[in-house]
Ligand binder design. Structure first.
Ligand code: COA
Length: 260
């Protein structure tokens, strides 16, 4: 499928998805949301794709937010629908069953930070700026930011970022656990590539199991979450990859996982 606002490149089993509107700092308009949704559906269904890296085209921005020019024209109902479309996309990315790395190469503001928060791991350039500046526009986060920020960083940080609307540095984001890895702008692509390749060589069903337990289990009471973990743990024993992985360990050789 041809996309107007995305670039997709395959490197072995890693798909690199670029939001590609650099002249608008990769702002998310309705078309870009729809293209991202279609692209992630395709990549999630393709067994040749083991890891997805999501980033922004151009030197300045990951994504500088939802498209303000487009939002300016929306009615209340259209605004609600725009929010729903964004939330559905973020939920799909979060639950797509494959590790998605957000490579935050610059501004990740508003919908951009919400997009990054839907990814499995956030890796940022040391020069990146992150924030939820919607209040400066008389708005609030609409693509899940008020909910995922609390879950990732706690109520205090979520209130500070969403109320002040002030962006924070990558260093501060690291201290808040909003990102978990930070690199110089020069080394960011290679470090992200190394992590993506590392994950691509692991057992896909085990990675999916981990993500399922963390996403679904963390929303449940502890005993329900623990039971979910046991059920998922048990399920791993039905996979070829579990036999391969344990066998390879016992024979002191590397494992080549099949995703089965
Ligand atoms: N929506 C639509 N267009 C956006 C955008 C957004 N969220 N963010 C940036 N742009 C556009 C600008 O309008 C400008 O377009 P133009 O050249 O046609 O006028 C272009 O991208 C470059 O942005 P500019 O503001 O000139 O760059 P800058 O380096 O001076 O400032 C930012 C960078 C990120 C600080 C600034 O663009 C900004 O504050 N953006 C909005 C962030 C925001 O509030 N996001 C949340 C939206 S809910």
């Amino acid at each position: 499928m041809a996309y107007s606002n995305l670039l997709i490149e395959m490197e072995d089993s890693v798909a690199w998805v670029y939001v590609n509107r650099p002249d608008k700092l990769n702002a998310l308009n309705a078309q870009t949301l729809a293209e991202l949704h279609a692209a992630f559906k395709t990549l999630a269904a393709d067994s040749a794709v083991r890891v997805i890296v999501l980033t922004g085209a151009g030197p300045k921005a990951f994504v500088a937010g939802a498209d303000i020019a487009q939002m300016h024209e929306l009615s209340a109902i259209e605004g609600r629908d725009f929010s729903k479309a964004g939330q559905e996309l973020m939920l799909f990315i979060e639950r797509c069953g494959k590790p998605v790395l957000a490579m935050i190469n610059g501004f990740a503001l508003g919908g951009g930070l919400e997009l990054a928060m839907a990814c499995s791991i956030r890796i940022a350039s040391s020069t990146a700026k992150l924030g939820q500046p919607e209040v400066n526009l008389g708005l609030i986060p609409g693509f899940g930011g008020s909910q995922r920020l609390v879950r990732l960083c706690g109520k205090a940080a979520a209130l500070d970022l969403c109320l002040s609307g002030q962006p924070i540095s990558a260093e501060r984001a690291l201290a808040l656990n909003l990102i978990t890895r930070m690199h110089t702008p020069e080394s960011l692509p290679d470090e992200t590539r190394k992590l993506a390749q590392h994950l691509a060589n692991l057992a896909p069903l085990a990675l999916r199991g981990v993500m399922d337990c963390i996403h679904y289990g963390s929303e449940a009471a502890l005993d329900i979450g623990l039971d979910y973990e046991s059920q998922t743990f048990g399920l791993m024993f039905a996979t070829e990859d579990m036999r391969l992985g344990t066998d390879a360990f016992l024979q002191r050789k590397p494992a080549t996982f099949k995703g089965k």
